[in-house]
Design a protein around this ligand. Sequence first.
Ligand SMILES: Nc1nc2c(ncn2[C@@H]2O[C@H](COP(=O)(O)OP(=O)(O)OP(=O)(O)O)[C@@H](O)[C@H]2O)c(=O)[nH]1
Ligand SMILES: [Zn+2]
Length: 212
Amino acid sequence: MNIQTPPAPIALADTSLPRPTQAEAEAAIRTLLLWAGDDPLREGLLDTPKRVARAYREWFCGYDEDPRDLLARSFEEVEGYDEMVVLRDIRLESVCEHHMAPIIGRVHIGYLPAGRVVGISKLARVVDAFGKRLQIQEKLTAQIANTISEVLQPKGVAVVIEAAHQCMTTRGVHKTGVSMVTSRMLGAFRDDQSTRREFLAMIQGTRAHTEG
Ligand SMILES: Nc1nc2c(ncn2[C@@H]2O[C@H](COP(=O)(O)OP(=O)(O)OP(=O)(O)O)[C@@H](O)[C@H]2O)c(=O)[nH]1
Ligand SMILES: [Zn+2]
């Protein structure tokens, strides 16, 4: 049995827009340093634009990946294994699209295989491929679940994310210790209460305090 309501096709990042050059990116960072009130030409800041550009490459490397490719290799010799597979407490590092502030948390993923399974590291790679972009947590949660569902065609997928948003802790409303929890349940996890309960029980108690 496949998922009854197939999710909408995944919208990937718009890569058709031309990217500025490295020099243009560094110039923009110099402008920001000036705007903040500092001197970009003083010794300590001279290499900062280059470093920041490099850091941005790392924080936003998800735009260079198609998460579907990460799940392309799957294994069918599983002796009919059709029970739940859960990968819990996957560290999440993302960036809030409103303030460009870090989102740090945990992702829990469950799926019910329909004949084939995927290498577990690939689930964590999918988290990174979507996480290392500008995000809001709801969209990130849906993208991860929809991709696993679309590519693996399992009987169901569940994704729960708990995360702290530094735009709430280090600025603005300044509330620490707050975590945002989002979930996306598809197929059996949405339709069958006992499947959903089993998944939620499996991830309970592991809920590490989210940093932020
Ligand atoms: N739903 C949702 N909201 C988010 C997420 N990340 C940040 N936000 C919120 O996005 C909102 C943006 O609100 P704005 O009023 O446009 O921005 P702001 O003036 O900087 O808001 P404050 O953060 O309240 O100072 C804020 O309430 C943030 O807390 C997310 O992943 N999901
Ligand atoms: Zn924010």
